[in-house]
Design a protein around this ligand. Structure first.
Ligand SMILES: [Zn+2]
Ligand SMILES: [Zn+2]
Length: 257
């Protein structure tokens, strides 16, 4: 794979390795354009709630300094971008944007992990996710996409709900329609394959294929070694081909600010 826009750093508390190790591994695996999209900081949470899986607001500056220094160091070898993976939390979206805008991130991907504002919602990847929570997730994804700020939708099939394939496909239809309307791809998430998780869901991509929704592969790298696990890319390509999908490789980067 030559393009990956879903790379984390150890700042999020559930990834390992230093920034330079990710860049080195990506370069050695043949990546031409590498995007970091670590879990966005939430300054509005301060005093309310501590989110364990994202960088702290005070780490934002160091994140950009480090990635931009690596960008300079690798400028003759590959292109490096610094962005974020962002949730649409209605009570905190504006304060989050105003914080990150000062650092001029190159792009944002939407990775909606929780409903509502996280601390008052549910993690949709939990097997306890209900159909009602899945629909709330779909609504928040649609609201997020309408802002026009995102370059793609990460793991659009994250809800770990037990319901009929018919209902899964209805939700997929809503998300793909929003993506098509906004002209952005949905991600086929390779971390899901690597971790033998409940996603990527073939039923979702059957709908994406039928609708002609653009799809992009994302490593969702939480370890430098993620770049050498090519068998998952092959697995994803085979599944997508069965759904009539040829994924796009280079992302049309949408600058949010
Ligand atoms: Zn993560
Ligand atoms: Zn991610």
């Amino acid at each position: 794979m030559k393009y990956n826009y879903h790379t984390h750093t150890a700042r999020c508390n559930h990834a390992d390795g230093n920034d330079a190790d990710y860049v080195k591994a990506a370069y050695e695996s043949g990546i031409a354009q590498l995007g970091f999209a670590d879990h966005v900081p939430q300054p509005g949470f301060e005093g309310i709630f501590e989110s364990w899986f994202r960088m702290k607001p005070c780490e934002t500056e160091g994140y950009f300094e480090s990635i931009r220094q690596l960008k300079e160091q690798y400028k003759d070898k590959m292109d490096i971008l610094a962005g974020f993976e962002v949730e649409y939390y209605p009570g905190h979206f504006d304060s989050m944007l105003s914080h990150i805008s000062t650092f001029k991130p190159d792009y944002l991907i939407l990775g909606q992990h929780f409903t509502n504002n996280e601390y008052d919602g549910v993690y949709v990847g939990s097997p306890q996710c209900t159909e009602e929570s899945m629909w709330k997730y779909v609504e928040q994804v649609k609201e997020a996409v309408k802002t026009g700020l995102f370059s793609y939708i990460a793991h659009p099939d994250l809800p770990n709900v037990s319901c009929s394939e018919d209902i899964i496909k209805k939700a997929a239809y809503e998300i793909c329609a929003a993506a098509i309307d906004d002209g952005i791809p949905v991600e086929c998430n390779l971390l899901g394959l690597m971790g033998n998780r409940w996603y990527p869901k073939k039923a979702f991509f059957e709908v994406a294929g039928d609708m002609g929704c653009p799809v992009i592969l994302g490593l969702d790298a939480h370890l430098p070694d993620s770049f050498i696990c090519t068998q998952y890319e092959n697995h994803a390509m085979k599944m997508l081909a069965e759904c009539g999908i040829t994924p796009i490789d280079k992302l049309n980067i949408r600058r949010p600010f």
